[in-house]
Every structure is written in C-alpha cells, then in structure tokens.
Design a protein around this ligand. Structure first.
Ligand SMILES: O=P(O)(O)O[C@H]1O[C@H](CO)[C@@H](O)[C@H]1O
Ligand SMILES: O=c1cc[nH]c(=O)[nH]1
Length: 233
C-alpha cells in the first residue's frame, strides 16, 4: 500500500485509465470491464482492475486538478510500476467548430499552473502526449468512425476565474481547442518517469455558448472516448 492507494503489489495493471471523477472510474469498471476488483477506496478515490478483450486494465479516479492528480500519478508509477496512463476526462471547448460530445485528443497541454514553473525554475516546459499512443488513438477512432479533434489543450488551476470569459480569447486565437485541469501534469510526470501517456477528452461544456452536459452524463456517458481508451490500453 502507498500513502493514498490501498492496493497490494500486483493489484494494479501496467495500463491505467484515469479520470478526475472517481465515480466515472467505478462506472467503467462495473459496465465495461469483466471481473473487476476494487483496489482502492481511500478518500473515495475508486480504483479497479479488470479485463477488457483479454487485457488486464485498471481504472482510477484522480480528483480534480493537478495537485491531486500528481499524488496519484506519482504513486501509480513509482509504487505500482504503471507504464501507460490514459486520461479519459471532460473539457470545455473554446473553438466554434467543437460541440458537446466531441472527442478531443490532446497533443500538448499548455497551462497556467505554477506547478511546472516552479519545477522548471521559470522555464516553460511543453508537456506532450506519447506519439505512438496518439497514433494508436487516431487509428482506432478512425476504425470506429469516431471523429476527433487533435491539438493543443489548456490545463488550468482554476475552474472559476475572475477574468472569465475574456481569458480564453488569447488561447482560442492560438488554436487551443479546450480547457480542462489535469493533462499538463500527466504529460510532465510521464516524461519524468519515462512512461507513456495520452489524454482523451469529451466536450462536456461549450464555453462559447454556455451549453453544458448534466452531472449524470459526465459520470456515465461519453462512451466513444472510453471505447477508444480501452482499445488502445
Ligand atoms: O471529467 P474530469 O476528468 O474530472 O475532468 C474535468 O472535469 C473537472 C472539472 O469539472 C476537472 O477535473 C476537469 O479536468
Ligand atoms: O475544466 C473543465 C472541465 C470541463 N468543462 C470546463 O469548462 N472546464
């Protein structure tokens, strides 16, 4: 057991799907994996390991934001030898060509977080997806007839910000597709520990129009993204 994860060595698969929402992880384990066993309930951060098409796969919540996510990623990689991490998250789109339910593949993650600035002594590190995982996701999405938008995304520390909605303008003008809260630290830690990672996101909010998916949809739907993630796991 590590500080925040109750699993024994060997309880967690080499590939882990992560979601900010722990109940999304639980729902995936219960509906899409066979033989799923729970390995963590500490702080309600559900983690399960089961099988998908003959492969052992784990799925776990990380909580919202980069500080929480960094704790689980460190422990998954360092204490449980996880080698591949695929985030299945939600995002708010800031491009007019995107709409609720669209799948975004995050090639890179810009951020306003001080986590990386302090780690890199003021240098702006560019957190990037693993190229071969990204290629696999694109190939799989094509075979499943799922349209994706691939590009730069933005990982923010603040869901609510006093400069909203103006703060999105400069990002949208530089082709940033959408906003979420974890991918920059995922790609940074994957680079540090030499593991592969990719973020797949489903648009749950349209920041330009104010449209928003329900909490239930965020927990239980968005199956296109989850199917791609499980296929490439
Ligand atoms: O759906 P999840 O994975 O939680 O991701 C998004 O949703 C949360 C905000 O509502 C943040 O964690 C953001 O990154
Ligand atoms: O971080 C997020 C996640 C979903 N929707 C948003 O608007 N922001």
């Amino acid at each position: 057991m590590s500080l925040h994860i109750a699993a024994n060595p060997g309880d967690i698969a080499e590939t882990v799907l992560i979601s900010g929402d722990p109940r999304r992880a639980k729902n995936i384990a219960e509906t899409m994996l066979t033989g799923a066993e729970c390995f963590n309930e500490i702080r309600g951060m559900y983690g399960y390991t089961g099988n998908f098409e003959g492969k052992s796969v784990s799925v776990m919540g990380t909580g919202i934001g980069m500080p929480s996510t960094a704790i689980y990623l460190n422990e998954l990689i360092v204490d449980y030898s996880v080698r591949k991490i695929i985030r299945i998250g939600t995002c708010g789109c800031i491009q007019p060509g995107l709409t609720l339910g669209d799948v975004v593949v995050a090639m890179g993650a810009s951020t306003d977080s001080n986590i990386n600035r302090s780690t890199f002594n003021g240098i702006d590190f560019a957190p990037l997806a693993d190229f071969s995982l990204l290629q696999s996701a694109q190939k799989t999405a094509g075979e499943m007839n799922i349209k994706t938008a691939v590009g730069n995304i933005f990982s923010t520390d603040l869901f609510y910000h006093p400069n909203d909605p103006q703060r999105w303008e400069i990002l949208a003008a530089h082709n940033v597709l959408c906003v979420e809260m974890e991918t920059a630290i995922l790609y940074t830690l994957a680079a540090r520990f030499n593991v592969s990672s990719l973020s797949l996101l489903t648009v749950s909010d349209n920041i330009l129009t104010g449209e928003a998916a329900s909490a239930q949809d965020r927990e239980k739907s968005f199956t296109d993204m989850i199917n791609i993630a499980l296929k490439i796991a």
